[in-house]
Ligand binder design. Structure first.
Ligand code: FAD
Ligand code: SF4
Length: 467
């Protein structure tokens, strides 16, 4: 650690430590992790850049207020277990959040070093610690309090809530529709961004805390809130079923063979291992010319997956410009470096079938940016008569998702007109005093850290009210 007279002096002149990434052309041929993470030397060099600010704006930028300067100080002192314990006070999923959080809009977006030169690579440092879970202290477990909680959905929100509750002495069972846990972390975000072994480690950790899992259990179909409270004897419930219903493009040809919703396309590969067909049972289309519509993380995961399945051309069409894309900047840069073409200012008009009845082309309407709309972004408006016909033997729609409609069938909790559950913003409690809810099913499609934060907040409220 750089010191003068026994006091820490940050290395303010050092440039930000670059990410430790695989070569873009080589990595785009398979599903290996793109980012190998910091080595110890890289982590120490980066930790030495932190100013250890008296008013650390990075903490304010973090949705769960991790004590960032404190864990960075622990890295500098090479006390990695202590650093991990500091993160665990606020977040149980550092290996995941370090990889997928949009740090550029959160902690790193507020980092004071960013005003001098480049922000401290907080996400990489978090991941560095998160990848050494064996160094963390054993979690403190409260004595059993005899209360039973059902958590519906094993995504980040359900996982975070269940972990907190188990530590607080509750008997927790997670009901999950799929055959495995993780939610979007398992079925949506690809292996090259978030290795499934990392997700499994978190699920295994919950099992060690005594959390029970009931897989292949669609609550609202095979059972519901009344049965869980009555016959099964649960005292409370946390609903975290996500927002997995894809939005339609509503254009002709959308139902043609080989036009997919992103969630289905990604689930086939990430969960059902279609990239390893016939070793695994589920196939998927191996296309030559893939066109994806959207500009968020889901669209980026789709284009990069298509490349890895051997497509010759992969085009991302977005109705605004690259600058307005909501995806993480790093994902856009990764996609471009790997060979994805970005077709800005283009909106889908029609999928057109070839001789075999499957999609062969897509017509896109070229756009220009007009006046700002309610969101403050300039509205895309069609350029009359300017239409392109793109070769497309696989079309993917990644324009967003809506509430999972099954949320309405779970229990008496209120949903709004868009199907999202109405819950208190701070505590997650719903109109039924036995039911809490959080994550995407309350906020709409958001981020892993926000979903996790909601789970933690609900667990704290349940603990206060039920213990
Ligand atoms: P989910 O993760 O959707 O989990 C809900 C779980 O509930 C699922 O496992 C589902 O099977 C289960 N379920 C649903 N209904 C029932 C039922 N009736 N009974 C039992 N179980 C049920 N966020 C980021 O921060 N960074 C990223 O890089 C990022 N990339 C993304 C990429 C993709 C492809 C997608 C789709 C999303 C991405 N997000 C990203 C968003 C983030 O993953 C979500 O905001 C987050 O997963 C929401 O967590 P959740 O627990 O609310 O819901
Ligand atoms: Fe360190 Fe940046 Fe946080 Fe300051 S704002 S404590 S420099 S990470």
């Amino acid at each position: 650690m750089p010191q003068v007279n026994g006091r820490y002096v940050p290395n303010v002149k050092a440039p930000r430590t670059p990410a430790n990434e695989e070569d873009p052309i080589a990595r785009a041929k398979d599903f290996r992790p793109v980012d190998k993470g910091f080595t110890k030397e890289m982590a120490l060099a980066e930790a030495n850049r932190c100013l250890d600010c008296k008013k650390p704006l990075c903490v304010q930028g973090c949705p769960v207020n991790i004590n960032i300067p404190a864990f960075i100080e622990a890295i500098r002192a090479e006390e990695f277990g202590r650093g991990l314990d500091i993160i665990h006070e606020a977040s149980m999923l550092p290996a995941i959040c370090g990889r997928v959080c949009p740090q550029e809009n959160q902690c790193e977006g507020r980092c004071i070093m960013g005003k001098r030169s480049e922000p401290v690579a907080i996400g990489q440092l978090e991941r560095f610690l998160g990848d050494q879970p064996e160094l963390a202290s054993e979690p403190k477990m409260a004595p059993k309090n005899g209360k039973k909680v059902a958590v519906i959905g094993a995504g980040p929100s359900g996982i975070a809530c269940a972990g907190e509750l188990a530590r607080n002495g509750f008997d927790v069972t997670i009901f999950e529709a799929f055959f495995t846990g993780g939610g979007v972390l398992a079925y949506g975000i690809p292996e090259f961004r978030l290795p499934k072994a990392v997700v499994k480690r978190e699920i295994d950790g919950l099992e060690k805390l005594g959390v029970k899992f009931e897989y292949n259990s669609v609550v609202g179909r095979i059972t519901d809130a009344e049965e869980l409270f009555g016959e099964y004897g649960f005292d409370a419930m946390y609903i975290a079923t996500g927002a997995g219903l894809p939005k339609m493009l509503n254009i002709p040809g959308e139902n043609l063979p080989n036009v997919f919703f992103a969630n289905e396309y990604l689930t086939r590969v990430n969960l059902m291992k279609a990239n390893r067909f016939p070793e695994y049972d589920t196939p998927t289309k191996r296309a030559k010319n893939v066109v994806v519509f959207g500009g968020g993380n889901v669209a980026m995961d789709s284009v990069r997956t298509a490349l890895r399945l051997g497509a010759e051309t992969v085009t991302l069409c977005y109705r605004r410009t690259e600058a307005e894309m909501p995806a993480r900047r790093a994902e856009v840069e990764h996609a471009k470096a790997e060979g994805v073409k970005i077709h800005e200012l283009a909106s889908p008009l029609e999928f057109v079938a070839g001789d075999d009845g499957s999609v062969a082309f897509v017509k896109v309407q070229n756009m220009e940016l007009g006046e700002p709309d309610a969101s403050g972004r300039r509205r895309p408006v069609p350029i009359e008569g300017s239409v392109d016909l793109l070769p497309c033997d696989l079309g993917i729609s990644a324009i967003g998702t809506n509430a999972n409609p099954i949320a309405k069938l779970i229990g008496p909790e209120k949903v709004n007109k868009w199907g999202y559950i109405e819950a208190d913003e701070t505590t997650g409690q719903t109109s039924d005093p036995r039911i809490w809810a959080g994550g995407d099913i309350v906020t709409g499609a958001a981020t892993v850290i926000l979903a996790m934060g909601a789970g933690k907040a609900a667990a704290a409220d349940m603990t206060a009210k039920l213990s």
